[in-house]
Design a protein around this ligand. Structure first.
Ligand SMILES: [Zn+2]
Length: 468
């Protein structure tokens, strides 16, 4: 028996050594601060070869969420309610998803006079190769559900900040007042961002590097190496894989639907990657002078500010089953594209992922009106990006892989039909900024609100849910 035991240990050690030798280094993209999502740090990560080992520990469906709440305010009761509400929201989401690994959330109360209620980012994106051969960014919460060995995951999948400058209402509180914002629905909204409801198509790179703010692009993977900067291509998120651009009335009638993935491929004709540059200045000069940057970034900006021009089409679905993304507002990187269209869905059962919210709406009233806070449309989006759901427990296609573990087939990204949708431009004012620093001012605002409760002024208290 002793010999057998030693032999068994020897086999285990050999296995460990052979496994480690398969660990491959890829870049990860870390976003440490949800209030500064443009700060994207590219660093090496180690991904082991796909593992067929089944987890020995049985999954506890009641323990699929971990929430650590850092409360920077003196009201302990409020802190407890916020943590519980966030946990309940996470449990609510985990009850519709089939999760293999626990979702971990770090949340913080941080008072801010700006007009947003929260801010969220996946803490880390792993670069994995989707089945169509394209390397994309997968948020850690999603990547760790796959049969990959992610050797250095961060402690938290999702980083969140909530703004207690505004009055939150929690499930179980007294009836909601006209000035209170529903913390539970805001929590659901933010968690979905953290799970991957997020595009890399924005102007953050352009703004960070002093280029025109009306330049939208996917994220360039640029890392410092000895002797300069290595450009390894533009990266999109797995969410972006299903995003398409519709033709508008200014374009010829036969203009076809275009995908973000095709646009990313067009961007990647610049360089082409991998390409070394002596420094960032040289890279920027070459990039900003390139036809790709000059043609594509203003085209994307135009589409991002044109109502009903960008749509999420679920895996293998017709564009008619797509969900319009937010493009009908003055461009705001925190609101545009990474939300559903408020024009289309604000007053529907798909309200949850619109970019702004009214106060005074209780969870019960929403359930009475819509039945479920997490709509079938939202479930389909999460299923498309790679989550199994209770409604659809079958994976669309094989799981993504470490990019270094397989060759790249040709991409074939296109939905099952084209569109001839035309659009008109409609700009809506973003929410009126409210700078109320003290509770007395809140009371004053409440009085004004009561006076105008039956008027259109009520709409001005709508707040942006997510910070830029
Ligand atoms: Zn949001």
């Amino acid at each position: 028996m002793k010999f057998n035991f030693l032999f068994f240990r020897f086999v285990i050690i050999l296995f460990d050594i052979s496994f480690l030798s398969f660990a491959l280094t890829q870049n990860c993209i870390d976003i440490p601060n949800p209030l500064n999502k443009t700060n994207r740090i590219i660093r090496p990560c180690h991904i082991g070869k796909p593992s067929n080992l089944k987890s020995k520990s049985k999954r506890d469906e009641n323990d699929m969420c971990k929430v650590d709440f850092t409360c920077n305010i003196s009201d302990g009761n409020l802190c407890e309610k916020a943590q519980k509400s966030l946990y309940d929201a996470c449990q609510n989401i985990s009850s519709i998803l089939i999760l293999k690994k626990q979702i971990t959330i770090s949340a913080t109360f941080l008072a801010d006079s700006s007009n947003y209620l929260g801010a969220t980012t996946p803490s880390r994106f792993y670069l994995l190769r989707s089945k169509d051969g394209i390397v994309r960014a997968y948020p850690q919460a999603l990547a760790k559900q796959f049969q990959l060995e992610l050797n250095d995951t961060l402690s938290y999948d999702i980083e969140m900040i909530f703004n207690p400058s505004y009055e939150f209402w929690f499930n179980g509180d007294e009836p909601i007042s006209a000035l209170q914002y529903n913390f539970f629905t805001i929590s659901l909204h933010e968690i979905f961002h953290g799970l991957g409801f997020m595009s890399f198509f924005d102007n953050s790179f352009a703004v960070n590097y002093g280029l025109s703010s009306e330049s939208i692009s996917p994220l360039p993977e640029l890392t410092s190496v000895s002797g300069g900067e290595l450009f390894e291509g533009f990266i999109e998120t797995i969410f972006d894989r299903f995003v398409y651009i519709l033709a508008d009335s200014s374009e010829p009638e036969n203009t076809k639907i275009n995908s973000f993935t095709n646009i990313t491929a067009e961007f990647n004709k610049f360089g082409p990657p991998p390409k070394n540059y002596s420094n960032e200045i040289e890279f920027l000069k070459n990039l900003s002078d390139s036809p790709q940057w000059k043609n594509l970034t203003p085209y994307l900006y135009k589409k991002a500010t044109l109502q009903d021009s960008i749509i999420f089409v679920p895996f293998n679905e017709d564009v008619s089953n797509g969900t319009f993304l937010e493009t009908g507002i003055a461009y705001n990187p925190g609101s545009t594209i990474s939300h559903v269209s408020s024009n289309k869905y604000e007053d529907t059962s798909d309200f949850l992922m619109v970019y702004q919210t009214n106060p005074g709406i209780s969870t019960e009233s929403l359930i009475n009106e819509f039945g479920d806070l997490i709509s079938p449309r939202l479930k389909t989006i999460m299923h498309s990006i790679g989550f199994l759901t209770k409604d659809n427990p079958i994976m669309n296609e094989p799981e993504p892989e470490n990019p270094e573990s397989s060759p790249s087939p040709s991409p074939s990204p296109s939905p099952s039909s084209s569109s001839t949708t035309t659009n008109s431009v409609t700009y809506k004012n973003s929410s009126t900024k409210i700078y109320l620093d003290t509770w007395k001012l809140w009371k004053f605002a409440l009085m004004i609100l009561i006076v105008y409760l039956q008027t259109d002024y009520f709409g001005n208290f709508k707040l942006i849910i997510c910070n830029e």
